[in-house]
Design a binder for this molecule. Structure first.
Ligand SMILES: [Zn+2]
Ligand SMILES: [Zn+2]
Length: 241
């Protein structure tokens, strides 16, 4: 065994691999998947038919878009989600965000490739751009969960992680604002570094998709800076209607 292998094995003794869903220590044969037998049937990769805009799983294949995307236009081109945001994936995402469980990002990255590998290959993104968190939060938490996810996807695809966008405002007074004002407010919360212009197609990486307001705001400023096409990939997404 080489030195690296030995170090890795010592690491496994101190931190045995745990299920991303229930946090129990994994049986030997489940270690590669990262999900225990009990959680496996409760964790669902997003399946066709999908909303052709946001990527939510929808019930009827005869519809192109989910109800949200039918009524709300988006700035980004297309999005895809890896797992449905329900059951044990909710705890998994919480642990990724606050517990620094990088194993969650690894499981998401592997499933992203299985599920959306052809889609990623077809759009040929030149960079993976994580949704940023504000510096203060980053210092407090020590990492940005979207960036951890982006790095895991980068290891699987070879596409570089480029943190093009910064978050300039920590928390926003969003309540009591009209949707238009909220969108403007959000757009002002982001800033692009000057090397942003060299890319034509980028893939934004985020942990959870809700309304799409955040990725739309980011896509807006990236398009302003000369990027042609902005796509998004999320670890989890809700069921569409
Ligand atoms: Zn489990
Ligand atoms: Zn949609």
């Amino acid at each position: 065994m080489n030195v690296l292998g030995a170090v890795r094995n010592v690491g496994k003794l101190i931190y045995p691999p745990r299920c991303i869903g229930c946090d129990e220590v994994l049986a030997e044969e489940m270690r590669d998947s990262g999900i225990c037998k009990a959680c496996r049937p409760l964790i669902h990769p997003v399946k066709e038919p999908l909303c052709k805009k946001c990527g939510k799983q929808i019930y009827h294949g005869d519809r192109a878009y989910c109800m949200d995307c039918d009524t709300r236009p988006h700035v980004y081109m297309e999005g895809r989600g890896v797992f449905l945001y329900e059951g044990p994936m909710k705890q998994a995402m919480y642990r990724l965000k606050y517990g620094n469980r990088r194993g969650v990002a690894e499981v998401i990255a592997r499933e992203a490739l299985r599920n959306h590998g052809r889609w990623i290959a077809s759009i040929q993104p030149e960079a993976l751009v994580p949704v940023p968190i504000h510096r203060n939060k980053r210092i407090k938490r020590g990492y940005n969960q979207a960036e951890v996810m982006a790095q895991a996807i980068s290891r699987q695809t070879g596409i570089p992680v480029v943190p093009l966008v910064e978050r300039t405002v920590d928390t926003l007074p969003q309540k009591e604002l009209t949707p238009e004002k909220r969108a403007k407010n959000l757009k002002n919360a982001f800033k692009v570094g000057k090397n942003g212009v060299k890319f034509k197609r980028i893939l934004i990486i985020d942990d959870i998709y809700t309304t799409g307001a955040t990725v739309d705001a980011m896509a807006g400023i990236l398009l302003d800076r000369g990027i042609d096409e902005v796509y998004c990939l999320y670890g989890c997404i809700g069921q569409g209607y």
